[in-house]
Design a protein around this ligand. Structure first.
Ligand code: 5GP
Ligand code: ZN
Length: 111
């Protein structure tokens, strides 16, 4: 499968990592939309939030369990977590990921 985030997850493409364990990896976004912009992904390929179900959704709580320590390591005092789901939701890379945005006072806009 030709998935750029799978290649980042398995080390085929080198990236600027901020966190990694056996299940997830967090790395800086290539085109940051905030002073700090990190992507957090499962190593397992899941297309998008719409593909989550009872059998694979534990990864989401694992990701969220690590967000406070990742944010602390990045010195974020408040942040936003974003998931774009499918094309109409603004998703451009079809491997589940959560944007962690911070480093400034973010605007209240959602779209
Ligand atoms: P989406 O629009 O799917 O929610 O977000 C995809 C994000 O991945 C975008 O913010 C984009 O800048 C980022 N991105 C796309 N390709 C790469 C890449 O090869 N490396 C990194 N670090 N980020 C990427
Ligand atoms: Zn993938």
């Amino acid at each position: 499968m030709d998935c750029i985030f799978c290649k980042i997850a398995n080390g085929d493409i080198k990236t600027n990592k901020v966190y990694e364990d056996d299940k997830i990896i967090a790395f800086y976004d290539l085109e940051p939309k905030a002073p700090t912009h990190v992507l957090i992904i499962p190593k397992e390929h899941i297309c998008c939030a719409d593909e989550l179900n009872e059998s694979n959704c534990d990864i989401v709580s694992h990701i969220f369990s690590k967000i406070p320590s990742i944010a602390k390591d990045l010195s974020l005092d408040g942040y936003r977590i974003v998931n774009n789901c499918k094309e109409n939701g603004g998703q451009t890379v079809f491997h589940l990921h959560f944007h962690l945005l911070g480093g400034t006072k973010l605007s209240g806009d959602f779209a």
